[in-house]
Design a protein around this ligand. Structure first.
Ligand code: ZN
Ligand code: ZN
Ligand code: ZN
Length: 99
């Protein structure tokens, strides 16, 4: 009976996809004030993303160089946060969900 209830509950309200990468997230300080790679090459960015595994700061997907995505491709650091004052959310690159 209990199992049936659980099954029914799952059918009615499916649980959202879970992210298993949150254990990568630590309390990190941004390593740079802007996108680390853009600062090195004199590039520009739209918004910044902070890697919560190592403190790397990279530019978002709307920026020409997309260094935040590049940092994930290089390191596998999946959890980033929007590094914009007053506007924060956390994103997992692997699951492509806000977590
Ligand atoms: Zn994840
Ligand atoms: Zn960049
Ligand atoms: Zn990182």
């Amino acid at each position: 009976m209990t199992r049936l209830m659980e099954t029914l509950r799952r059918l009615v309200r499916p649980t959202p996809p879970a992210c298993s990468h949150l254990d990568q997230a630590r309390s990190v300080e941004p390593r740079t004030e802007g996108c680390e790679e853009c600062l090195a090459i004199g590039g520009t960015w739209v918004e910044l993303r902070l890697c919560l595994a190592c403190g790397h700061v990279g530019c978002c997907d709307l920026s020409p160089n997309r260094h935040a995505r590049g940092h994930f491709a290089e390191t596998g650091h999946a959890i980033i946060r929007a590094n914009v004052p007053g506007y924060t959310w956390t994103w997992c690159w692997v699951d492509e969900i806000k977590v």
